[in-house]
Design a protein around this ligand. Sequence first.
Ligand code: SF4
Length: 109
Amino acid sequence: MKNADDILRDKLQQVLKEGLKTEVEPRAYSSEMVNQLVSRLQAIPPDHYADKLTVAGVTLTPYAPPEDDDDLKQSCETCMYFVIHRQYCDLPELHIPVEKDWSCRLWRI
Ligand code: SF4
């Protein structure tokens, strides 16, 4: 039986599959950019998931920086915020169920 995380994960996946345009770039490589994105995310009500996905630049596939090789693909699986046993993003400003192959621009190793 599906739990609440599973149901929400399916919903988020559906929204993204339907073509929600999320802000994939620029990536949050500088502390200024991280702070800016965190502030924007904090201003979004917790249940406004499409807005969260958009600002964080969530995608259903790993992000491959143009200058890097495949080993350095950015995915939830390799992100410090990924809670593996729950398949969950623990970044306080996101707090959403994800899958290991999803990605966002706040990815951090
Ligand atoms: S912060 Fe990390 S775990 Fe959360 S959605 Fe972004 S890449 Fe995935």
